[in-house]
Each structure stands twice: as structure tokens, then as C-alpha cells.
Unconditional design. Structure first.
Length: 384
């Protein structure tokens, strides 16, 4: 045996070992598309014995929906054969004997054996790689979403700060100016017959201080809600007596000729967060008073006959323009017909959040120039 024969035998043995022990599936395919050889890894990959594969069309290893088109691609490949590297940019799937489909990466080579054209397919199961890639992509999407939301929140915060500065400079200046001017005038009325004038300015100071308190309360409430620091502290109390107390509290804000018409039906005892409910009532009643004119009535109706409390606050005031109603619960939003009336534009946004904390809902009906009705529903839970 000469050296060339020895090299040939060693090469043949090496190629056989490579074919048998390769860790990827290898198929040798004849020019008519049939499987001529398969290595043990390919048998394991597809779940077939080699006797089941040899002589079968290679399309048997593909999902049914790809087989027809693949025949054309395969025939075209043998007309113009060329090497195709692994991961040629195609998303490919294969089919096991049990019908399970899985993602694969395929590299193709070709060679001539006598007069016969043969193709060699190197097949890799990329299930784990694809899963890892999808998990990574999901994490990237999640992180991107978090960053996007963070940027949106930061943008909203900056816009909110800008609106706050613009609003606060106006809303704080107005009552402070009124307080200073009223103090100066009240000091000048020192005579006994000027008591009425002095009293009028003292009342004006009190009203201005109350307005400042409302503004500060709005911002403090918004801050607590935004940070999720509002905790429900439910207790038993008399809803009817509670509503009467709220009416008495806002009576000092009524304009000349205004009054609150109060109607109640149903049970009186409820189990809810009294402090949150107070903020809701106070905001809606003061708004109804503020946006109504002199001699106009504010209506408060409570229906507690079912498991839900239904609160209606109706005014006969300026109403909300139809084209602006969609923005009513937006932070700092003021309707164009309310720009000359003092307010932060935060109250209804806070009310909506408070109502949701009570597992309730808020709706409204309004016509410009004819008034607005707010309807709140929330569960009574257990009562007295």
C-alpha cells in the first residue's frame, strides 16, 4: 500500500467519523430531492430511523405549508447550485416525526459524484437560541417601554411645573393682593360708625385666605394621589348628617340669593372613607357655587336606596362648552368660559381619582349657559 492510498483511506475514515459524530444534523440529498444519507444527529433531531428517511423526499421534514414552494426552490437549486452559509437570513422551520415543528438554521453545500449532482444540508436546531433571543428582545422592549414611560412622565412633570408656575403666580397673587388692600382699608376705618366697612373688609380677607387654603389643599391632595400615598380609612357614619355638615361648611361661600336645595332618600348609615368623601363633596359644591350666578340654586340629591350611593350635584351656572368636555378631568385644564373665575384646574382631576379610590365612578351632563350635573356612584358597603 503506497502513501497516497494510505492518505485516501485515512481521509475516508476521517470523513466517516465526521459524518457519524457531528453534533449537527447532516443530510445528503440527491438531484431528485430524495434523502440519500443521514447522520445519527439528523435521526435524533427528526425522530426517525435512517431506514425511514433514506429514499424519502426531503420535504417530509418540513411543515406542510412549506412543502409545495420548497419543491420549486429545490429544483432551482440543483439547476444553479451554490453554497449557502448558515443563517442565510431566512426564518426556517422543520417538522419532527411526531408532528412537532421547531426553528432551524440550514447551511447548504453541493458536490458532484460521477454524473450525479448531490446537495449536503447541515441542520441546527435553534430553539434555545431563539427562545433566548426572544427573551432578550422582550426584556429590551420592556426596558424601552419603561424608559419611554419615564420620559413621558418627566415631560408631563415639566409641563405640570410650567403650568403650576403660571397658574400660581396668578392664583396666589389675586387673594394676596386682596388681603393686603383689605388690611390697609380695615386699619383706616377706626371710627365706630365705620364698623360695617371694617367688617366687610375682614370678611373679604377671610374669603381670600379660604381661597388660598383651597389652592394649597388641591396641590397637597394631588401630590399625595400622584405618589400613591392616599390610604383608605373606612368608618361607619351617617351620610345624611355628613351631607348637612358639608352644606353648612360651604354656606359661607354662597353668593347673594344663592342657596343649596338638599334632597335625600334611602338609608343613612354607610361604611366609607369620610375624609376622602369630604374632599369630593367640598370640591363639587364649591364648584357649583363658584360657577353659578347670584340668585341661582345649587341642588344636592343623594339616593342611598340600593347598595350604591348616588350623589348628584347640579348647578344652574355657566356650563361646560361641548367641545371642551372631553378635557374636563385633565390636570390644570380650565374651560375657556371659566378663565376669569378663580381656580387651579386640579379639583376635578383629584375628585375623579378620589372617586376611583372608593371603587366608584363619576360622570357629568352639561350644557353651556344652562348648568352642569355631576353624578357620582360608590358602594355603601356595610353601614350603621
Amino acid at each position: 500500500m503506497n502513501g497516497q492510498e494510505t492518505l485516501s483511506l485515512e481521509s475516508e475514515a476521517g470523513f466517516k467519523a465526521l459524518f457519524q459524530y457531528a453534533t449537527i444534523g447532516i443530510l445528503v440529498i440527491s438531484g431528485d430531492g430524495r434523502i440519500a444519507l443521514c447522520n445519527p444527529c439528523a435521526e435524533k433531531l427528526f425522530g426517525y430511523e435512517k431506514e425511514e428517511l433514506n429514499g424519502q423526499f426531503v420535504e417530509m421534514l418540513m411543515p406542510a405549508g412549506f412543502r409545495k414552494n420548497h419543491i420549486q426552490h429545490r429544483e432551482g437549486y440543483f439547476i444553479r447550485p451554490k453554497a449557502r452559509p448558515m443563517g442565510y437570513g431566512l426564518s426556517l422551520s422543520a417538522r419532527r416525526k411526531d408532528g412537532e415543528e421547531f426553528p432551524v438554521e440550514i447551511s447548504l453545500g453541493h458536490y458532484q459524484l460521477g454524473d450525479e449532482q448531490l446537495a449536503v444540508a447541515f441542520i441546527t436546531d435553534i430553539t434555545e437560541r431563539k427562545r433566548s433571543s426572544e427573551e432578550l428582545e422582550a426584556k429590551v422592549r420592556e426596558r424601552t417601554l419603561e424608559l419611554t414611560q419615564s420620559l413621558v412622565r418627566e415631560k408631563e412633570l415639566n409641563e405640570m411645573k410650567s403650568r403650576f408656575v403660571a397658574m400660581a403666580s396668578h392664583e396666589f397673587r389675586t387673594p394676596l393682593s386682596a388681603i393686603l388692600s383689605s388690611l390697609s382699608l380695615a386699619e383706616s376705618y377706626g371710627k365706630a360708625d365705620q364698623e360695617d366697612k371694617r367688617h366687610r373688609h375682614i370678611q373679604r380677607i377671610r374669603a381670600s385666605v379660604k381661597n388660598l387654603t383651597i389652592i394649597l389643599d388641591d396641590f397637597l391632595s394631588l401630590d399625595k394621589v400622584e405618589q400613591g400615598k392616599v390610604e383608605l380609612l373606612k368608618e361607619d357614619f351617617d351620610l345624611y348628617a355628613f351631607a348637612e355638615d358639608m352644606i353648612e361648611e360651604v354656606n359661607g361661600m354662597l353668593k347673594p340669593g344663592q342657596y343649596i336645595d338638599f334632597g335625600y332618600k334611602g338609608r343613612r348609615g354607610i361604611f366609607q372613607d369620610k375624609k376622602i368623601l369630604r374632599n369630593i363633596f367640598l370640591n363639587l359644591l364649591t364648584n357649583a357655587i363658584k360657577y353659578s350666578g347670584q340668585q341661582q340654586v345649587v341642588h344636592l340629591d343623594i339616593d342611598a336606596e340600593t347598595q350604591l350611593a348616588i350623589i348628584k350635584v347640579r348647578d344652574e351656572g355657566i356650563g361646560i362648552p361641548a367641545d371642551e368636555q372631553k378635557n374636563l378631568f385633565t390636570k390644570f385644564y380650565r374651560a375657556k368660559n371659566a378663565t376669569n373665575i378663580q381656580g387651579t384646574g386640579l379639583g376635578l382631576n383629584i375628585v375623579k381619582r378620589y372617586v376611583e379610590l372608593l371603587d366608584g365612578s363619576i360622570n357629568f351632563v352639561s350644557l353651556a349657559g344652562q348648568g352642569t350635573t355631576f353624578i357620582i356612584e360608590f358602594p355603601l358597603n356595610q353601614g350603621l
